[in-house]
Design a binder for this molecule. Structure first.
Ligand code: MUC
Ligand code: MG
Length: 372
């Protein structure tokens, strides 16, 4: 008798950040994760995580909607179904529920974790096998204060933690943002690469002025300078500048990737399991990018350890990513809900060893941080 999905539990977990994390559209003092616990008739538990940034400021799913939509719509489609056929299960979810990729990503992760545990394989092995066991990880400087960001960068460099940095800009006047970035790049010199993420804050004319100045300052990569829906504008920016463009909000899945590539986009795509609807659709976008000669970047929604581990298992199956990864989410949080944290060292992180995600919960911490 094949194992069936018996129950799905969802928990809202609030973890404080180590410092305020300032993005163009939100300042985070806490991260809220939706943790999924999927249990099957053969006694296996699969873990998943659905996480977004700043409530509803990043996209149309909030932590509360992710939990509610899993409980009310997605979980009933899974309970009672054989748990091993991911193709059938994810097709069933996609047939009956439009959108909601973060909720679907949490569920696909939990299904992969359960299946890996059942078969004694890691999630990376289920996805075809890991090509790397240590992945590079950058750090985001987003305290909102130039001096503090410089000190933080040197600390991370000296600790061997990170040697690539991403700066969050777009909330301030253009001249102020450009000065902030140029000062940090000048302080770090050749010791570190510096990129920026504008999180859609500029219009195209502002982007043309801003990117010209940032290119001059030696910035390596410009992430999502203009609104997600302005794909034609992003293509024009990619054609215009020497410094490459990274599409983030503009590219959720392979369909978005195809539109950008067909329009003539060159540069890089930020892969995120949350945007795509799970590790497997994120890898479909990766394959499209590889075919089209677009660079890969392992992106985060600032997930905790479960979502970060799921992403790492997916990215580990890919050829070396041109722009590395930003899988630092757990390091931004003051505490964790897992028994063993991920191992960050030598400017990167180790792929956790299986079976499944290779992650176990700390039940006391989970209870402590779960919303009552
Ligand atoms: C984003 O838009 O890239 C990734 C790193 C970070 O600090 O914020 C996220 C979101
Ligand atoms: Mg981004």
């Amino acid at each position: 008798m094949p194992a069936v999905i018996e129950s799905l539990e969802t928990l809202l977990v609030d973890l404080p950040t180590i410092r305020p994390h300032k993005l163009s559209m939100a300042t985070m003092a806490c991260q809220t994760m939706v943790i999924v616990r999927l249990r099957t008739s053969d006694g296996i538990e699969g873990l998943g995580e659905g996480t977004t940034i700043g409530g509803l400021s990043y996209g149309p799913e909030s932590p509360e909607s992710i939990k509610r939509n899993i409980d009310a719509y997605l979980a009933p489609l899974l309970v009672g179904q054989p748990s091993s056929n991911l193709n059938a299960l994810m097709a069933r979810l996609n047939r009956h529920v439009r959108g909601n990729p973060i909720a679907k990503s949490a569920l696909e992760t939990a299904l992969l974790d359960a299946e890996g545990k059942r078969r004694g394989l890691s999630v990376a092995e289920l996805l075809g096998g890991a090509r790397h066991t240590h992945l590079p990880v950058l750090w985001t400087l987003a305290s909102g204060d130039t001096r503090k960001d410089i000190d933080e960068a040197f600390q991370r460099l000296d600790d061997g933690r990170h040697c690539d940095f991403k700066l969050k800009i777009g909330a301030n006047a253009l001249e102020q943002d450009v000065r902030h970035v140029a000062d940090i790049k000048a302080a770090l010199g050749d010791r570190a690469s510096v990129r920026v993420d504008v999180n859609q804050a500029w219009d195209e004319a502002t982007a043309v002025r801003g990117i010209a100045a940032l290119q001059e300052a030696g910035i390596a990569l410009i992430e999502q300078a203009i609104p997600a829906r302005e794909q034609a504008g992003l293509i024009r920016l990619a054609e215009r500048f020497r410094v490459p463009m990274l599409a983030d909000e503009a590219v959720a899945d392979a369909r978005d990737g195809l539109d950008l590539v067909a329009g003539g986009f060159s540069g890089a795509f930020a892969l995120k399991i949350a945007k795509a609807g799970g590790p497997r659709p994120a890898l479909e976008l990766a394959q499209l990018a590889l075919t089209a000669g677009v660079g890969l970047y392992g992106g985060t929604m600032l997930e905790g350890t479960i979502g970060t581990a799921a992403s790492l298992h997916a990215w580990a199956t890919l050829p070396e990513m041109a722009w590395g990864t930003e899988m630092f989410g757990p390091l931004l949080l003051k505490d964790d809900i897992v028994a063993e944290p991920l191992r960050y060292h030598d400017f990167g992180v180790d792929l956790p060893a299986g079976p499944g995600l290779g992650i176990a919960l700390d039940e006391d911490k989970l209870t402590h941080y779960s919303r009552k």
